[in-house]
Ligand binder design. Structure first.
Ligand SMILES: Cc1cc2nc3c(=O)[nH]c(=O)nc-3n(C[C@H](O)[C@H](O)[C@H](O)COP(=O)(O)O)c2cc1C
Length: 214
């Protein structure tokens, strides 16, 4: 359905995408409010997900003491303690358990019949029960989409972020009591920049796009 995006709105979106960079130095005394953070999280949760299972979970690390516990786990990256918040983006490896509830809602709202719901829930459970890397791959794929939206929403509110893959996953799970159901995908720092991000370049389109077939 067309939403009639104006040229100005399109430019604003592209501007955000171009201007988002990974900021690694934050103003340590700057505190983003809980309300603003929740606005970003809300925007993140509009991301698409396979079967609409919404595989993301966000562990918000806001206490200074907790950030300090995280510091060695994230290889002493100073941004961990200087950022207003660190968001641990987790992925649900048992997201099929959400299917019944999500589709029941659709049935009640009249978007879906009971029969279609049962078929879909059966298919979803089947995919998860087959095992292999499916559940973990789905958790990484879908939660990452929400993480990207979070970073753009933060930029739209004049804050900066940095996605962080450099942390010890097992230690993180132990220290922050992450239930087995969730796997850590990435950390994201969010705060008020103290220094611009390091410049980064991108490959030319011709080096990253192939049409039709390799
Ligand atoms: C999955 C992922 C993991 C990353 N891990 C780290 C990290 O551990 N520490 C860090 O400083 N930056 C990290 N980055 C940021 C990248 O270095 C950065 O996105 C890249 O150099 C491009 O720069 P830009 O984001 O400023 O455009 C990570 C980015 C991604 C997407």
């Amino acid at each position: 359905m067309s939403i009639n995006v104006s040229e100005q709105e399109k430019k604003a979106l592209y501007h955000l995408m171009e201007e988002r960079h990974s900021v690694k130095q934050y103003q340590p005394d700057y505190k983003i409010s809980r309300a603003e953070l929740e606005e970003m999280l809300q925007a993140a949760t509009t991301a698409p997900s396979a079967w609409n299972l919404q595989h993301w979970r966000f562990l918000v690390i806001e206490d200074q003491k907790k950030k300090e516990e995280l510091l060695p786990i994230a290889y002493y990256q100073q941004q961990i303690v200087d950022a207003s918040f660190v968001i641990a983006v987790l992925g649900d490896v048992e997201a099929n358990k959400e299917a019944e509830g999500i589709y029941q809602e659709a049935v009640e709202e009249g978007f879906m019949s009971e029969e279609i719901k049962d078929t879909l829930v059966g298919q979803i459970n089947g995919a998860y029960e087959r095992g292999g890397s499916f559940a973990r791959d789905a958790a990484f794929l879908n939660a990452s989409l929400a993480a990207m939206q979070f970073m753009l929403a933060a930029k739209a509110m004049d804050y900066d972020t940095c996605p962080i893959g450099g942390f010890k996953r097992e230690e993180f799970i132990d220290q922050f009591h992450v239930p087995d159901r969730f796997t850590p995908i990435m950390l994201m720092t969010v705060g008020k920049a103290a220094k611009e991000a390091y410049p980064s370049s991108r490959k030319a389109l011709e080096n990253v796009v192939t049409y039709n077939s390799f």
